[in-house]
Design a binder for this molecule. Structure first.
Ligand code: PMP
Length: 363
């Protein structure tokens, strides 16, 4: 157990666990960053030293995911939620139609936002089974002339993940907030990928958008400058003062991930972590997960106890055992273990041991 004595295993859905090595680097850097006599928070975003951080963050992120020069990588503020508006504003006119596949609360939120700006066709919607599956692609009601198809590769709340990329030539717009950097992706299959940072990237306050360059030209005339992808692309995301501290931390997380062996290596760990947790849940008659086996998330694992009256004591005892933030989302109930990149395999092992022990004692 490599845990620092005062630290817990943190299963928060987001803002979520950061690697301890990154936190230690931050602590070291704060008073006197790179011998400057200042912290990184106290320097100009246009200073040579900060620009080097920004550039390294982007190039490392590009290397990690294998992003070609056909794509721009942007670092706006506003979280994934702002991108739910920026996607239609940057890709459509108001008479255009867009397709949305809804497999959870976040996709639904994205569709409702887009409805303010253009015609939204709901191509598929899994709310009929409480977002526990991904509707078969053959049954999707796609429009002939959609400007794009939006989907949420990982729904953070119900723990539903696409293990495939939808077919077709229409640009895919994907909210990857809770899956980005967890596994390899073929970026060339996508038009736009966006993600809030506060799961696998860094602290809240910065957002990552990967956009195919030709799509930058589709922006509406008179679109607000700070809601225009092209403005970020043309200014290296220095469109206005960027969230410099969050950007600096994201860079440290990217360096950490590279040191872990990159995406292929972390994906192997992530798959193993998820598989052993689902196995423990499935083999028990006390815990259950309702999600279709082929749509289970590697990052967010919700589970319920056979007796919901034990939820409070489960949370209390798990926290006492050093396992924090296991409470499920109110719309699902029960528990949720978010096991992002920075949650070590030992944390999952400790959770599984705790769950077995709890079950033994309570049944
Ligand atoms: N999409 C998904 C899949 C999310 O998990 C979240 C946050 N949990 C959001 C969007 C909203 O992100 P933000 O708070 O960064 O706007």
């Amino acid at each position: 157990d490599v845990r620092d004595m005062s630290r817990v295993y943190n299963f928060s859905a987001g803002p979520a666990a950061l690697p301890l090595e990154v936190l230690e680097q931050i602590r070291h850097d704060i008073p006197d960053w790179q011998g400057s006599g200042m912290s990184v928070m106290e320097v100009s975003h246009r200073s040579k030293d900060f620009m080097a951080v920004a550039a390294r963050a982007e190039s490392t992120f590009r290397d990690l995911l294998g992003i070609s020069s056909d794509y721009s990588v942007l670092f706006p503020q506003g979280g994934a939620t702002l991108q739910m508006a920026m996607a239609p504003l940057n890709l459509t006119r108001k008479e255009d139609t867009v397709d949305y596949v809804i497999t959870g609360s976040w996709g639904k939120k994205a569709a409702n936002e887009a409805k303010k700006f253009c015609n939204v066709n709901i191509a598929a919607d899994a709310s009929d089974k409480n977002f526990t599956y991904i509707p078969a692609e053959v049954g999707w009601q796609r429009s002939d002339n959609a400007a794009y198809l939006h989907f949420t590769p990982n729904e953070t709340i119900a723990g539903v993940e696409f293990h495939f990329v939808p077919a077709g030539d229409v640009p895919l717009v994907a909210d990857m907030s809770s899956t980005i950097l967890s596994r390899p992706i073929d970026v060339d299959r996508f038009g736009v990928i966006y993600a809030g940072a506060q799961k696998n990237i860094g602290p809240a306050g910065i957002t990552v958008v990967i956009v195919r360059n030709d799509l930058l030209e589709r922006v509406r005339p008179n679109n607000p400058h700070l809601m225009t992808w092209k403005a970020y692309a043309e200014s290296d995301s220095m469109t206005n003062t960027p969230p410099t501290f969050a950007w600096y931390v994201a860079d440290l997380v990217f360096q950490w991930l590279k040191a872990q062996g990159g995406i292929e290596a972390i994906a192997e760990v992530n798959q193993r972590k998820a598989a052993k947790l689902y196995k423990a849940i499935d083999e028990s008659s006390f815990y259950s997960n309702p999600v279709a086996v082929d749509a289970r998330s590697w990052m967010n694992v919700p589970f319920v106890l056979a007796d919901a009256k034990l939820d409070a004591v489960f949370l209390e005892e798990s926290l006492a055992a050093g396992l924090a933030n296991l409470k499920g989302h109110r719309s699902v109930g029960g528990m949720r273990a978010s096991i992002y990149n920075a949650v070590p395999e030992a944390a999952v092992d400790a959770l599984i041991d705790f769950m077995a022990d709890f079950e033994n004692r309570k049944t």
